[in-house]
Design a protein. Sequence first.
Length: 374
Amino acid sequence: MGLFSKVPTPNITDLTLQLKIRERSGDNIEMASSFFPAEWFPQSGIQLTWPHAGTDWKDILEDVTKCYIKMAFEISTEEKLLIVSPDIASVSSLLSRQLPKRAVENIIYCQCPTNDTWARDHGFITVFTEGRPRLLDFRFNGWGDKFPSALDNAINQHLYHSDLLRGDYVDCLDFVLEGGSIESDGKGTLLTTSDCLLHPKRNPRMSRADIEEKLKRLLHVRRILWLEHGHLAGDDTDGHIDTLARLCPDDTIVYTQCTDKHDEHYGELQLMEQELKELRTLQDMPYRLASLPLPDPIECDGERLPATYANFLIMNNKVLVPTYNQPHNDEAAIRSIQAVFPRHEIKGIDCRALIRQHGSLHCSTMQFPANIIK
């Protein structure tokens, strides 16, 4: 049961043209009128849910705020930036002092209470159904009831009723799903992990077949590729795909690789790499694989943190890449991503503060397709 806004139906020919323009790397595809856009589909903007003293960031709030300011700058100098915060006056005042006028003018605010800041996982997932944008509001339960999430789970309804977005609201709150757990190529393929989507604290009464059927119906995908291996120490998400392997243009998968036999991740990531080599496209061709280094261990209070370069954000003309003050690894990751996105500007953002709470750059953001943010 959904609430519906009155918006004009997009012209499908225009959408197809937009997609082909954006897929400059060479994919020449026919786009259905019902589809789940890839992250590199034309965007209207990005959402950030801002950190504050009432979140788990309270002990390192200054450090994490600096990281968010950097993300805000890189986003708002190119696209609209939608900021969710319980205190938009303070955030607006801060950014007005820190950012250039051209960036500040590109920022939109929504005030509502929040538990945390991981917009990727509590944000709307946008699809197109018969050409109409639909804002899917899935249930967020703090990665299997690990953390309080009631306020974050209500953010999408605040956003919708604030009249900041175009699209039909679709209530999917009977199903737990986080944006970081799925990857779309925009052509009917979804990539995910069994550890996350089949976790008993998410949708315990549903089988793999039940989950596949629901995702195919709601997200308009033709098939789901499941990874059975891949894990990062310290990961709270039970194996989000956006920490491990990312679908990219030209049937490319960018993935986290471990070559150090002495690293605790070696076995699992080697098995994941073999799985990726065996995957086939809809045309029964192997995917092009591009590896990313595994960051050197980063620890906090004796615990290894789940640092990963796979947690990058694709924008219209930029790719924002998390870095960890490891020049050799940081530069290697940026080179690898630049080869996959040769026409994008690749910008590194120091995410050592973000990783302290077991997430990184992509986890902190959620993109909206073109014409969604007003």
